[in-house]
Design a protein. Structure first.
Length: 120
């Protein structure tokens, strides 16, 4: 079957692997499970602060659909939005990428793990 045909696309936004659908973000190193974990963390922090998706979006000058996409694990925030988002949520970039609070004692290890994930 020729590449790029209807049955063998060169790029697919999703693949089925091991019986589970994996979504391709088009970003090197981005993993579906990591995106989902980060999304759940964003949603939890937003709720703890008593913000709606729309309120958070307005603070960042983006659409509420973008916040929803992050929270559903459909993608990660753009690099240029990470610091403002972290500021609004009261977390570090390291914690945002880890999808959880990171204790001081494990901060360096988690930062190194996050960097390695981004390089892959």
């Amino acid at each position: 079957m020729p590449r790029g045909s209807l049955f063998f696309p060169l790029y697919a936004p999703w693949v089925v692997f091991g019986g589970k659908t994996r979504y391709n973000s088009g970003r090197k190193g981005a993993k579906g499970k990591d995106q989902a974990k980060t999304g759940r963390f964003i949603a939890a922090r937003r709720r703890e602060l008593g913000l709606t998706q729309r309120q958070l979006a307005e603070k960042l000058s983006i659409s509420d659909k973008t916040v929803s996409k992050w929270e559903c694990g459909g993608g990660l925030p753009e690099v240029g939005l990470m610091l403002p988002l972290c500021g609004e949520l009261g977390v570090s970039v390291n914690e945002l990428l880890a999808g959880r609070r990171v204790e001081e004692t494990e901060y360096k290890e988690q930062a190194e793990a996050n960097m390695m994930d981004l390089v892959r």
